[in-house]
Design a protein around this ligand. Structure first.
Ligand code: FES
Length: 248
């Protein structure tokens, strides 16, 4: 036995939400599993060990295992986190796992965030709106460093859904654009290549499904695994909404 797979002496008690979409009559249950913790054990490692040694039917999602793909969001003791970068050493011995709320449940800990994010993208027009035809022979346009950096900040979102799961407004209003959606809007608003004007933006964000639907609890900012500056994003959107109203 090497130092890396020697156990830490701690037994972990996992209480995991189970739901089989193929057998909806069975209803959801909580199932208990016990494993020995090893050094540097992440939830990815722990869940794979449970699936390999105790229950091959356990459903959960991981792809990149390095906080890039955004597929491993889950509720850990009531808090949305990325499973791949959460170490069991940072958790108590009793770990409760649930799927992210808001999103369509596939089974157990696996949710389909794609439906929500596609709807959000369609509702916010989350793509470049321009009437300028693409000319492959034109030289690239230069952009101010500070502006490029601000746009890049918005693009760092990995769409894991943790902010949406933590958001009180998104939990009760399925049409709310959510922190990830508002961040997306701000990213295109900042971009000078997007030709939408103040009136267009006003229609998208100045309502209860947009920036004025935010309840101000700021859980999104607390849980974002990428530490996106969401509070600055909301302040920016509120200022833009006000400016658009004044120039109407
Ligand atoms: S597995 Fe890709 S973000 Fe966790």
């Amino acid at each position: 036995m090497t130092a890396d797979n020697a156990d830490t002496g701690r037994s972990l008690h996992f209480e995991i939400f189970r739901y089989n979409a193929a057998d909806p009559d069975a209803g959801p249950t909580m199932q208990h599993f016990y494993i020995d913790e090893t050094p540097y054990m992440s939830l990815f490692i722990a869940l794979n060990q449970i699936r390999e040694t105790q229950d091959p039917s356990l459903q959960f999602d991981f792809a990149c295992r390095s906080a890039v793909c955004g597929s491993c969001g889950m509720m850990v003791n009531g808090r949305p986190v990325l499973g791949c970068r959460t170490l069991t050493a940072d958790l108590p011995g009793h770990i409760r796992l649930h799927p992210l709320p808001v999103f369509k449940l596939i089974g157990d800990l696996s949710v389909d965030t794609g439906v929500w994010f596609r709807d959000m993208a369609e509702n916010t027009g989350a793509w470049m709106h321009t009437t300028t035809p693409f000319d492959p022979d034109t030289r690239e346009q230069r952009m101010d460093d500070e502006l490029a950096q601000a746009i890049y900040e918005g693009d760092r979102c990995i769409e894991c859904g943790c902010c949406v799961a933590a958001c009180g407004a998104a939990n009760v209003n399925p049409d709310f654009k959510g922190p990830a959606g508002l961040n997306r809007v701000a990213r295109f608003m900042l971009d000078p290549r997007d030709e939408r004007d103040d009136a267009d933006w006003f229609d998208i964000i100045s309502n209860q499904d947009g920036i004025f639907g935010c309840l101000g609890m700021m859980a999104c900012s607390d849980v974002c695994p990428k530490q996106l500056p969401l509070l600055e994003v909301y302040a920016y959107l509120r200022r833009k909404a006000l400016t658009a109203r004044l120039t109407e």
